[in-house]
Design a protein around this ligand. Structure first.
Ligand code: GLN
Length: 484
């Protein structure tokens, strides 16, 4: 079936004229129409503009100036600004916001000829690990509708896993690409901080936020990443380094690679069956010629507390722009300005966002700055140094992506600490600005789990090559959710 094909296969078939981009787009739009009712992976479906773009793609394919992504249907997490299309960020605050411009990542995919089918559901302002914090309701996991898909890019992950779209964008501040990729059984990569421009991406925690891609294979994730990466004069934190040819990196043999294994990651907090799948994946890596080496990351145990100080601090500052004056939700009939702000922000933000703003304002306040924010920044530095030390000995670090497979909707949503602990394996990489990916490495009680690979600065080529080599040996990435 068309929807089981990878982006690489679809691109080849489009070039060979086996079907048109319009036919491909209609096929996926029909699937969204039929299957998204209970999944709730999309906030907005842009069927008309998708058909128009597919027609343009067909013209380009006929003219012979297509790129590998011309005519390929994609979806964007609703955190990316899309011209003329609502950009809600999963929040009531932006429910009425139609962006007047495109994010750089959106613009680049549009220029490549990719066809946007719509905007995907997400935790409000990307705060969450289960996609239960969306104003538009939770996303359901295609493997079992009673379970969470992981967050915050849960809509993108569920849409790709359910074959509603072959690839999507996401963002990762503390794990939001890798966690939903793991829990939905797909591949997701968060590149090095600054590899993809943040321009037009609604800001959560600016020193951590990074865009990346979700697809079923590492090869497809690489095709999308290739296009969205690169310098951008509109984002001073976008890295100036040229983007390597990831397809070429994938094609090269794995060669001699040493992968570090953090023994502390396999402690009591990790579901034993999940641990077993990760160990099996590591032995496949060994068969591929990889040398495994046990390593220690001295301060990694402090990553969750450090992150949950730094990220809310930045969020409390970034979200101050939502004041009801310039754009977004505005409360009616307020008596005075203070009441206007209070009502606007009280109505516009959900519970988790309010919790972050309160925490952030508290840790930044004059009396507590040194005790919390400054301390967390120092811990962050120590964690970065731990990684730097490890990467003098190994090419990548492997381990689980999440502590367990997908959990039931509602199970952790009222217990923020439990929810935050879900990020234990994914938060280290963004704190250190490092690239990391997750790919499917087996099933636990019938549900997918992920193997995480963390790389050195600008090491996404390494990670993609290792993942591609693994996916040539195994077929976990080809499994579809039951009934899909
Ligand atoms: N779960 C983490 C949080 O809630 C990470 C979210 C993200 O990466 N956007 O902040």
């Amino acid at each position: 079936m068309l929807h089981d094909a990878t982006i690489a296969q679809l691109a080849e078939a489009l070039r060979a004229g086996e079907f048109s981009a319009v036919e491909l787009t209609d096929h996926f739009l029909a699937r969204i129409e039929r299957l998204d009712g209970d999944l709730n992976a999309f906030i907005t479906v842009t069927a008309d503009s998708a058909r128009a773009r597919a027609e343009q793609a067909d013209a380009r394919l006929a003219a012979g100036n297509a790129t590998p992504l011309t005519g390929i249907p994609i979806a964007h997490k609703d955190i990316f600004c899309t011209r003329g299309v609502r950009t809600s960020c999963g929040s009531r605050m932006l429910d009425n916001f139609v962006s007047p411009y495109n994010a750089t990542a959106v613009e680049k995919l549009e220029e490549a000829g990719a066809v946007m089918l719509g905007k995907t559901n997400m935790d409000e302002f990307a705060m969450g690990s289960s996609n239960e914090n969306s104003y538009y309701g939770p996303v359901r996991n295609p493997w079992n509708r009673d379970l969470v898909p992981g967050g915050s890019s849960g809509g993108s992950a569920a849409a790709v896993a359910a074959r509603l779209v072959p690839g999507a964008t996401g963002t990762d501040t503390g794990g939001s690409i890798r966690q939903p990729a793991a829990l939905c059984g797909i591949t997701g990569i968060k590149p090095t901080y600054g590899r993809v421009s943040r321009w037009g991406m609604v800001a959560f925690a600016s020193s951590l936020d990074q865009a990346g891609t979700l697809a079923r294979t590492a090869e497809d994730a690489a095709l999308l990443l290739q296009v969205i990466s690169g310098p951008d004069p509109r984002d001073s934190t976008a890295l100036p380094d040229p983007v390597p040819d990831y397809a070429e990196a994938l094609a090269r043999p794995l060669g001699r690679m040493t992968i570090g294994v953090v023994d502390d990651f396999f402690d009591d907090g990790l579901d034993p069956d999940n641990a077993q799948r990760v160990r099996e994946a590591l032995s496949v890596m060994e068969q591929l010629g990889v040398t495994l080496k046990s390593i220690r990351l001295e301060n990694i145990g402090l990553s969750v507390p450090a992150y949950y100080v730094v990220a809310p601090a930045e969020a409390s500052s970034n979200l101050s722009r939502f004041d009801g004056v310039r754009f977004g939700h505005r409360a009616g009939d307020a008596g005075d300005l203070t009441e206007f702000y209070m009502r606007t922000r009280g109505e516009g933000f959900g519970a988790e966002v309010k919790r972050r703003i309160l925490t952030g304002a508290y840790v930044l306040s004059a009396g507590y700055f040194d005790a919390y924010y400054l301390k967390a920044q120092k811990v962050r530095q120590l964690i970065s140094e731990d990684f730097a030390r490890a990467f003098r000995e190994v090419d990548a670090i492997a381990g689980p992506t999440t502590p367990s497979p997908a959990f039931p909707l509602g199970q952790k949503v009222d217990d923020p600490v439990q929810m935050y602990l879900n990020d234990i394996y994914t938060i280290g990489a963004p704190l250190a600005g490092l690239p990391a990916l997750s790919m499917p490495c087996g099933l636990v009680r019938g549900l997918p789990v992920g193997l995480q690979l963390i790389g050195p600065h600008l090491g996404e080529g390494w990670l993609l090559r290792a993942a591609h080599a693994f996916q040539r040996e195994t077929d976990w990435h080809t499994l579809a959710p039951p009934g899909i």
